[in-house]
Design a binder for this molecule. Structure first.
Ligand SMILES: Cc1ncc(COP(=O)(O)O)c(C=O)c1O
Length: 453
């Protein structure tokens, strides 16, 4: 068993901290020169304002045009003051107030022409994420800004379920979702709502890697029970552990049991983090068998809620076409229906403000901070799990009492009988914030040692 990820992924970096800035430029230089963003650009505030305000001008103007047939308008002006002086300098607030409806998917076919300006921004965002974050070729992916990771995962599973039905005459009870026990519960929701089975394979308690014999046995049993089609969902950072799945054991077993399968990657948590670390990048469109990816901007990218991003290779999303959506201009291939265009603009602005190099730098710092925290835990002898390309540190519950968990807002794996508590090293989780937790962990350990002796 590989103990790499468990209590050994960090050296004691305490003395390295003052040298951060020296190392930072050198390391970033090496990393960033290899990063050739094709769509994603850093933009000044003035550039962003120009782009968003010009997009809004291309959208419908309810005051100046006679738009009589849509159940839509600007936000209620008695509540949301549209004349406030700052609004004209605030592209996102202006978009929110103008309330464009991005219903449908804008990367293919026709869309509602009322909101074509901001839809173009969404198209650019989808392309930025697919090409510059997830290794797709230009123009090869469709996608849209979903309500969140749950919807984006469900959208993928919906498309693949329909694909198996349409192309192979599959029955729903012959289709299953395949993922690990560390996968997000949105897989169970999708299984329930879409009427397909789910097989959650066990993982190793220490490495969080898939348990090979459980995988083989599970697939063997599924085959015997008449399953023929699998929707494999690989994790690019799990919710609780930040662990990253290796697709190879799944793919080779699926092949050996002769399943037809499609592969989706759940990067709801990790999509804006893991691609910027040093680790192996197989969970993206450069992998020929990966057909779709979820990434959530409302987690690590700190965008407003409602910014799940769904990306899929072209030629597949059509399996989720709702032909009955006849009053919508163009087709509706999405699960959700009406959705705010302000969400797409928010994510586009966040990414444009930082630019690809700035993002790389942000993740680099969080990686260093996480390594520092792990090194401190090592010194204390506290057990934890951390994937080397992750900013989640999941501490063994034996080391954390309820009082400590409450004081520091540590999230348990299970509120009834916690076995793990996680610390998520976000930008606000600084060394100053982590130090008191380490001090408290130290005192708790001292008290326990004293009680034992
Ligand atoms: C890995 C993963 N997938 C999916 C989700 C669901 O995302 P949302 O809450 O945006 O629906 C989460 C949320 O924590 C997650 O961590």
């Amino acid at each position: 068993m590989d103990d790499r990820h468990h209590r050994s992924s960090s050296q004691n970096l305490k003395t390295d901290i003052p040298q951060f800035s020296l190392h930072l430029s050198a390391v970033l230089l090496v990393k960033t020169t290899s990063m050739k963003a094709r769509i994603w650009k850093k933009r000044s505030l003035e550039e962003m304002k120009a782009r968003v305000f010009s997009a809004l001008e291309q959208n419908v103007n309810y005051h100046e045009s006679s738009i009589l047939g849509v159940p839509a308008s600007y936000l209620d002006d008695k509540v949301f003051n549209q004349d406030a002086s700052f609004v004209k300098d605030a592209p996102w607030i202006s978009t929110l107030i103008q309330n464009p409806n991005h219903i449908g998917c804008h990367t293919l076919g026709k869309s509602e022409s009322f909101f074509k300006g901001t839809q173009e921004i969404e198209k650019e965002l989808i392309e930025m994420c697919a090409v510059d974050i997830l290794g797709a070729e230009v123009g090869t992916c469709d996608g849209y800004v979903a309500s969140g990771g749950t919807e984006a995962n469900m959208q993928a599973i919906w498309v693949y379920r329909n694909y198996f039905i349409a192309e192979f005459g599959a029955r729903k009870d012959e289709i299953m979702i395949l993922c690990t026990e560390d996968s997000h519960y949105s897989m169970n929701k999708a299984s329930n709502i879409l009427g397909v089975n789910i097989l959650k394979v066990k993982v190793d308690e220490k490495t969080r890697e898939v348990n090979q014999s459980d995988l083989t046995e599970g697939l063997h049993e599924a085959k015997q029970n008449g399953k023929k089609y699998a929707i494999l969902v690989g994790n690019m950072m799990t919710t609780m552990f930040g662990s990253v799945d290796d697709l190879s054991p799944f793919l080779s077993e699926l092949k050996s049991f002769d399943f037809k399968y499609k592969v989706h990657i759940d990067g709801a948590y990790g999509g804006f983090y893991h691609p910027f670390t040093e680790g192996d990048k197989q969970l993206n469109f450069s992998h020929p068998e990966v057909s779709s990816v979820t990434l959530d901007a409302h987690k690590m990218a700190r965008a407003p809620y409602g910014t799940g991003i769904f990306l899929m290779r072209k030629g597949l999303i059509q399996y989720a076409n709702t032909q009955e959506a006849s009053y919508v201009e163009g087709e509706d291939y999405t699960l959700i229906g009406s959705r705010s265009g302000a969400n797409a603009v928010a994510v586009w602005m966040i990414l444009s403000q930082t630019g690809p190099y700035g993002w790389q730098e942000k993740v680099f710092i969080l990686q260093k901070r996480t390594a520092w925290f792990c090194a401190e835990l090592d010194t204390l002898g506290v057990d934890y799990f951390r994937h080397p390309d992750s900013n989640i540190v999941t501490i063994d519950a034996h080391f954390v009492n309820q009082e400590l968990a409450k004081k520091y807002g540590l999230v348990p794996d299970n509120h009834h009988s916690p076995r793990w508590f996680k610390v998520v090293i976000m930008e606000h989780v600084t060394l100053e914030r982590l130090e008191p937790l380490l001090e408290d962990l130290k005192s708790t350990l001292r008290v326990e040692e004293a009680l034992e002796s």
